[in-house]
Design a protein around this ligand. Structure first.
Ligand code: ZN
Length: 441
């Protein structure tokens, strides 16, 4: 009975198209209003008993008073979703939340309304049972995570203002991931302990422009192309960060016999493993170093016009251990051309690595209880989450979504055919319930 109820709530929330956009004037505010109202209707006890502070336009920060207020737990999620690409063919409507093959299909089921609904349902059912958490529990739901909007930072500001120093923070990312590692049979309960820093720069070359019939050599477009080419050829140095070494070590007993010794001794064999990962393709290589992707290019607007300005946008994912300053130094040195201007559009350092102490152990043991077949392990997250803002007030920031996900499901995030298994969702609700029950005083 309870099970069914939570799935219906998820469906109702997925049907509301809360698509975020970097330009606030292009956001369907009515959808966000509807979502906030629907959440209140679906989780009445939570809204009655918890204290709510609105953050930014539609961000929600709830405080559930526990038996002690200091060292609280923060559970995060976000209510916005990425747009649906009109050209991608979904098997089922993106905002239909239809049930097929034992799953709810739709944008946001995995990222991140499944998580948001699971947190709320866990709290709602615990309130129904008269449960009081051992510590304060804060729920922080962002409304513009997908466009790196200000809601999460404002929520952190609000907590700071109140002098709240969380024991730990738990956000999206990670999963009970099946087919996570070649040859490893059991699913891996990956908990993100750090995330790469997302930084964007623009390379720009100015010149004289002119008519395309009389081109001079080394025009802005050519100089820019040379800079892009150099950046692509020379990578920053690679290494295995400590959480990756620990991940490999924990997977070793489950890996094919030939790989076991290598993985078990990942710390000592770091340089060798790093080379193996780089050779295994872009996904594995990204685990070992800072990456540079030239994403936008522009020159002149006309075919017969020489560009007076050529620009390239570069999206950089900074590995833990590297810094924005170090990356910029690498770019200037590698490009080696003073005519190429480097402008930083957006800067984020990699998040500090969270410790594996009591809070991590609580997450781990709750994973083992609810998903006995899974191997819990730390990892470095490649994508960015709102939780990076919380590293300002908390050293224990973790990223884990308690849902079983196949490889295809993980690839459907921000893509098409996003769907969450009904059993997986129900297990996720149970995981949050157990986590809240197991929080020590
Ligand atoms: Zn997300």
């Amino acid at each position: 009975m309870t099970t069914h109820r939570a799935v219906e709530k998820l469906q109702v929330l997925v049907r509301i198209p809360t698509v975020s956009h970097p330009d606030p004037s292009r956001i369907d505010t009515a959808a966000f209003d509807a979502f906030v109202a629907e959440l209140a209707a679906q989780f009445p006890l939570l809204h009655q008993r918890l204290e709510l502070t609105r953050v930014d336009t539609h961000g929600l920060l709830f405080r559930w008073a526990g038996r002690r207020a200091d060292g609280p737990v923060v559970l995060m999620a976000h209510l916005d979703v990425v747009p649906v690409d009109g050209d991608a063919v979904w098997q089922h409507p993106a905002f239909g939340a239809e049930m097929h093959d034992g799953a709810v299909w739709g944008r946001g089921t995995l990222d991140d309304k499944g998580q948001l609904t699971a947190v709320c349902e866990a709290v709602e059912t615990l309130l129904e049972d008269g449960f009081v958490p051992a510590r304060d529990v804060w729920l922080s739901f962002g409304c513009n995570e997908e466009v790196s909007g200000p809601a999460a930072a404002l929520a952190v500001g609000e907590l700071e203002r109140r002098g709240v120093r969380p024991w730990f923070v738990l956000d999206e990312g990670g999963a009970i991931a099946a087919e996570a590692f070649p040859g490893v049979e059991p699913p891996v309960g990956v908990i993100g302990v750090t995330e790469k820093g997302v930084t964007s720069i623009e390379l720009r070359v100015d010149g004289r422009g002119g008519h395309a019939s009389t081109p001079a050599r080394n025009a802005p477009t050519v100089r820019l192309a040379r800079a892009v080419r150099r950046l692509d050829r020379r990578q920053m140095s690679a290494s295995l960060p400590e959480p990756t070494v620990e991940l490999l070590r924990r997977l070793a007993p489950h890996a094919p016999a030939a790989l076991r010794p290598l993985m078990a001794n990942a710390g000592r064999l770091g340089p060798l493993l790093t080379r193996v990962l780089i050779a295994s393709g872009p996904e594995a290589a990204a685990m070992t170093r800072t990456t540079f992707a030239v994403t936008t290019l522009s020159g002149s607007p006309g075919l017969n016009v020489i560009a007076s300005t050529a620009r390239a946008g570069v999206n950089i994912r900074i590995m833990v251990g590297d810094t924005v300053a170090g990356v910029l130094e690498h770019v200037r040195r590698t490009v080696g051309d003073d005519e190429v201007q480097v402008r930083v559009l957006d800067r984020n350092e990699p998040s500090p690595v969270s410790p594996r102490d009591d809070a991590f152990e609580l997450l781990e043991s709750t994973i083992t209880e609810v998903f006995p077949d899974a191997v819990p392990a730390p990892y470095v997250m490649m994508a960015a989450t709102d939780s990076r803002q919380f590293t300002r007030i908390c050293s224990r920031v973790y990223r884990f979504s308690p849902f079983r996900m196949s490889k295809a499901q993980r690839e459907s995030i921000h893509s098409y055919d996003e769907h969450l298994g009904i059993d997986a969702f129900v297990d996720g609700v149970r995981w949050y319930r157990r986590l809240l029950e197991r929080i020590p005083g």
